[in-house]
Structure formats: structure tokens, C-alpha cells
Design a protein. Structure first.
Length: 354
């Protein structure tokens, strides 16, 4: 944990910063290991101060690393306390990760004579590159996610409601050690499978219809993301062809992922195949996104991405075809970028028929 804050401090010189305010709770967790803290003040020189309200104070004292934990009592204001400390240290230029408009105006008023600059990219430049500890947590999250997908093979039966399948998957992952969900489970069947974020409803699963399962477990706050598409019974030639094209697009994109490649170029691999096969207009989202403490984070793999992949990035590879009235197919894995190639973290069978 010490090295993470130190790495942030090392970026101050280039931006001529005297300090940095971390406001996003997930970013605070990344730097300090503390859950539920309010603010983190990181001066270029001197001790880092973590401001925590009563409800999370004792936990923060036990868990926080590389900072002094200061209690924010009931009736006190964490931003005001951070501003007072910044003034005491005579910080003239302070960066921050993210503040809503009201908090920014409050801090600006409290820090007269201090320049506040939005520099969230400094944090993302660090968070995008996963160290071995983070990758270990993500491997475990991926393992739990794969176990959930295996349960889906048994749980998906004609007549069962989507939310019943989701419940069995989620219970299995919890029982095996998941802290919770990486995101709300998607079990979207029939025409609803054409909705990329279809959620799960009381709709019953029926034979001959696509079922899109999108599931993720969380372990030590790190997440995994996996999608498989199933069908009960025998697919039509059209359904089989759509599935084959998506599977091929996913594999081609995976083979193109490596350090140094632009995100837009990976996206183009899948998109060009879809266009060639006549499905281009049915691919309505990006090929992939970063995963870590958040389920959607940089870098991105899409047609307008400016990101260039680096070893240590963890991204999804999730092409899909969505045809209203027919249904949708998406196949997704969470993968870690290496210097040469990539490695899948999530594992589950790719069979269409259950």
C-alpha cells in the first residue's frame, strides 16, 4: 500500500502539485485499504491524512495503511477539515480525483489562494496497471465467477424464471467465498436477450430461445466479468450461425490483445468480422472495458478509444450481436494483458446447448 501513495506523489512534480485530495471512496480504498472513508489528503511532503466519520472510524484504524486516521465527529465536515490541513501546510496547488460541483465550490471557497485542479488521470494511470496482489484477487474472483456459470448449466431449464436462475448462481458464488456481486446478475432470455443489459425478470425460460447470462463475483473488493449464451433445445440454422460468428469474433479479438496494441484496433478485429458477415449494425457496444475495483474502468476497447494496452491491464473481451425479435448472443471473458499476448482469467465452457 505504501508504494501506491508514493507512486501518486511521484507524479506531483510533473504537474507541479503540492498535494492531492482523494474523494472517491474506491480510490481511497485503493490507496489505503480502508473502506468507507470520506477523504484522503496526500501532501507532497509530510504525512497522509485519512478523514473518517464515526461509523467507519474503528475499522479504518485497524485496516488503513500509510496514513494517519483522523476522526470526523458528528456535526463536523470532512472537506472543511481537509481544507484546514491543506492551509496549515500552505499547499498552493492541489489536484483531486473527482468532486461534484457543490463540493468543488465548497473547497474552492475554503482554500482561497490555493489552486484546485481536476487530475483524476493520475489515479487511473496507477489503477489501470494491476500488481500481483491485485491479480491474485482477480483470479479468485474469476474462479468464483466460473463456478457460478457452471451452476447456470444445471439451473437453466424450461419453465424456470430468470430470477430463479440468478438466485441459484448468486447463492453458489456466495457459498464458495464471494464477498458479493460484481454487478447485478443478468439472465435475459428470449426476445429480452437482445437487450445488452436486460437484467433478470419473472419471465420463464422456454425451449429454442437464447439465454444471455452475465455474471461476476467480487473478492477482496476486486471483480470479474463473464458472459455466456445458452439455448435449451436445438438451435435454428440462423441461431447457430449467429453464435458461431460471435464466438469467432471473441477468439480473434482475444488473439489480438497484447501490450502495445491500441484499444481501437482490438475492437476493430471483432467489428470487421461482424461487418463482413452482415451483422455490423447489430454490434451496439464497445468490445471491452477495464475491470478491477470497479467493473467498468479504463482502459477501453472501442472504436474511439485512445488507450494503448500495457502489460498488467485487465480488460473484458465481449463481442455481441443483438437482433430485436430474434434475440441476442454475447460471449465475454475477463483477460489480463501480457507483454506477448493475453491470458483469460475467467473460465467456463462455451457450449451453446444446455
Amino acid at each position: 500500500m505504501t508504494s501506491r501513495i508514493q507512486s501518486l506523489k511521484e507524479s506531483f512534480e510533473k504537474k507541479r502539485l503540492d498535494g492531492y485530495i482523494v474523494a472517491n471512496e474506491t480510490n481511497i480504498l485503493y490507496f489505503t485499504n480502508a473502506v468507507g472513508a470520506a477523504r484522503l489528503l496526500v501532501p507532497a511532503e509530510g504525512e497522509n491524512v485519512l478523514y473518517v466519520y464515526d461509523v467507519n472510524y474503528e475499522a479504518a484504524k485497524a485496516e488503513a495503511k500509510d496514513c494517519r486516521v483522523e476522526l470526523v465527529k458528528r456535526g463536523e465536515d470532512a472537506d472543511k477539515k481537509a481544507a484546514e490541513q491543506a492551509k496549515k501546510l500552505r499547499l498552493k496547488k492541489v489536484g483531486f480525483d473527482t468532486l461534484d460541483a457543490s463540493l468543488y465550490l465548497k473547497l474552492k471557497k475554503a482554500l482561497k489562494g490555493t489552486k484546485l485542479e481536476p487530475l483524476g488521470q493520475l489515479v487511473w494511470d496507477l489503477r489501470k496497471l494491476k500488481d500481483e496482489t491485485e491479480l491474485g484477487y482477480m483470479r479468485k474472483a474469476a474462479e468464483l465467477t466460473g463456478k457460478g456459470a457452471e451452476v447456470a448449466f444445471e439451473a437453466i431449464k424450461p419453465g424456470r424464471r430468470e430470477y430463479e436462475v440468478a438466485a441459484e448462481i448468486e447463492y453458489a458464488m456466495r457459498k464458495l467465498g464471494s464477498e458479493g456481486l460484481a454487478f447485478d446478475t443478468i439472465v435475459a432470455s428470449g426476445p429480452r436477450s437482445a437487450y445488452p443489459h436486460g437484467g433478470c425478470t419473472e419471465q420463464k425460460i422456454r425451449k429454442g430461445a437464447f439465454i444471455v447470462l452475465d455474471v461476476g463475483a467480487r473478492y477482496h473488493s476486486y471483480r470479474a466479468d463473464l458472459t455466456r449464451t445458452f439455448l435449451v433445445g436445438k438451435p435454428t440454422p440462423k441461431q447457430a450461425r449467429i453464435y458461431e460468428v460471435v464466438r469467432e469474433a471473441q477468439e480473434r479479438a482475444f488473439q489480438s490483445i497484447r501490450a502495445g496494441v491500441r484499444g481501437r484496433d482490438v475492437d476493430a478485429v471483432a467489428r470487421k468480422l461482424f461487418e463482413k458477415e452482415g451483422y455490423g449494425k447489430y454490434f451496439v457496444h464497445e468490445l471491452g472495458h477495464g475491470v478491477g475495483l470497479d467493473v467498468h474502468e479504463p482502459p477501453t476497447l472501442d472504436s474511439v478509444s485512445k488507450d494503448r494496452l500495457k502489460a498488467g491491464n485487465v480488460v473484458t473481451d465481449e463481442p455481441g450481436i443483438y437482433i430485436v425479435g430474434c434475440g441476442g448472443v454475447r460471449i465475454e471473458d475477463t483477460v489480463v494483458v501480457r507483454k506477448e499476448g493475453a491470458k483469460r482469467l475467467t473460465e467456463a465452457p462455451y457450449e451453446l446447448i444446455v
